[in-house]
Design a protein around this ligand. Structure first.
Ligand SMILES: [Zn+2]
Length: 124
């Protein structure tokens, strides 16, 4: 039987592969005037709710018409992780994160920072 750690590593590996495939497919695809890839729906892709975004973002920049799984390297430990399209949709549309903000730390480092904030005598 496989450990949870192994299973998580496998899931993460699959997400990284899926993100890379999606980026390649999108680059090769024709986009319409709103920036949506015409007729394309990919795994790891979520449509954005522009009305919700516009309500909470006072920006002259373009708002995204969709989210795409986004691989990134953790700022603290250097591990490669994927910020999924679903997580992005939640962050921007439910938590009202600013449209210019993106994930910079992996799950483990975010948790470590959260713990550190609650123990200020050890912060530094
Ligand atoms: Zn990290």
């Amino acid at each position: 039987m496989r450990s949870n750690k192994q299973r998580r590593a496998e899931i993460k590996g699959r997400r990284l592969e899926r993100a890379a495939r999606a980026v390649a497919a999108l680059a090769a695809h024709k986009h319409d005037a709103r920036g949506l890839p015409e007729g394309l729906h990919l795994a790891g892709m979520e449509p954005a709710d522009l009305e919700v975004l516009a309500r909470h973002n006072n920006t002259y920049g373009l708002l995204p018409s969709y989210y795409l799984d986004r691989p990134f390297t953790c700022r603290d430990c250097g591990v490669e992780e994927v910020w999924t399209a679903k997580q992005q949709k939640w962050w921007y549309e439910v938590a009202h994160g600013h449209i210019d903000s993106t994930a910079v730390r992996c799950r483990a480092c975010r948790q470590a920072r959260r713990v550190a904030r609650h123990a200020p005598e050890q912060a530094g």
